[in-house]
Design a protein around this ligand. Structure first.
Ligand SMILES: [Mg+2]
Length: 301
């Protein structure tokens, strides 16, 4: 039996101001959830979660055709979190989107919780267990290919990678396969926050210029400010109109939105285990957070 078509919100031009305000409010809520999770017993990967907030909000609230009431709907768009250490951002987005209850956020990393440090497939909306870096694009190749086998399905696959992750050779093996598959329905989103666990990406093993590398592998490539919701929505819409796979290279700020930590390598993993630390972080989360520059550094630093 053919499943009913459920695409009530077709993607279109850049979202209007009211929708942008709605997306911005979701981003603020996601950031609050992330800080709450870092205040749990284990702490969390704050920097790389905060840099991806607008990317996830644009995907889950503007672009992707998904159904929180039926997470495994066969015609759904698929999201793969290849940078699995940013699971807090995904859990927070899923909570805002209705896949899980907001109250579950408080269980992050506590005994018995399904909200583990890295993506857990027991959580509705988490498609794969990830965190061992370099494998998400290969998985996304598979889901994009499977979606196309379903005839004229408009379903797409989106995969989020980190810039440090691009040092993994498997990323580029998979990127070559994506082109061979002519994967029109595949979008790789790269969170270029300029840092990885052990320091600045350019000092560990510089992969710049990132966009040129994807273009060299035959991908349609778009470069945007990864905190600009309108630009992200437009880029994801553009990807639906071009032939072959698209890479959306996002210039971001690590720990974006947390003034006390933004743009700093030390934000990679943060444990807010005292009231003093929590108060300092919350006080620094002013609405006028730094914007990404071409180098991804916060303007106020
Ligand atoms: Mg990074």
């Amino acid at each position: 039996m053919t499943e009913p078509e459920r695409r009530p919100e077709p993607t279109g031009p850049e979202p209007a101001r009211p929708e942008l305000a709605r997306l911005e409010a979701r981003a603020r809520a996601v950031r609050e959830h992330i800080v709450d999770m870092c205040s749990g017993p284990e702490g969390g990967h704050l920097g790389g979660s905060m840099s991806a907030v607008e990317i996830l909000v644009a995907l889950f609230f503007h672009t992707m055709n998904i159904d929180a009431g039926d997470p495994e709907w066969k015609q759904r768009d698929v999201f793969v979190l290849s940078k699995g250490h940013a699971a807090m951002a995904l859990y927070a987005t899923l909570a805002e989107r209705g896949f899980i209850a907001r109250e579950e956020i408080a269980t992050f990393c506590r005994p018995g919780s399904r909200l583990a440090t890295h993506g857990n497939v027991a959580v509705p909306g988490v498609e794969f267990a990830t965190g061992s870096l370099g494998h998400g694009l290969a998985l996304a190749n598979g889901t994009a290919w499977a979606q196309r086998q379903a005839g004229d399905s408009p379903a797409r696959t989106f995969v989020l990678l980190g810039d440090g992750e691009l040092q993994e050779g498997t990323v580029w093996e998979a990127a070559q396969v994506s082109r061979a598959l002519a994967a029109d329905n595949l979008v790789a989103v790269v969170d270029v926050n300029n840092f990885q666990q052990t320091g600045a990406v350019r000092e560990v093993s510089d992969g710049a210029p990132v966009a040129d590398r994807w273009a060299g592998f035959g991908w349609h490539t778009v470069e945007v400010d990864g905190h600009d919701l309108a630009a992200l929505c437009s880029a994801f819409d553009e990807a639906a109109r071009v032939n072959g796979p698209t890479a959306v290279v996002c210039r971001t700020v690590k720990a974006k939105g947390v003034g006390a930590l933004a743009g700093r390598a030390s934000s990679h993993f943060v444990l807010l285990d005292t009231e003093r630390k929590r108060a300092r972080v919350r006080a620094s989360m002013a609405p006028a957070a730094p914007r990404a520059t071409a180098k991804g550094e916060p303007e106020h630093a």
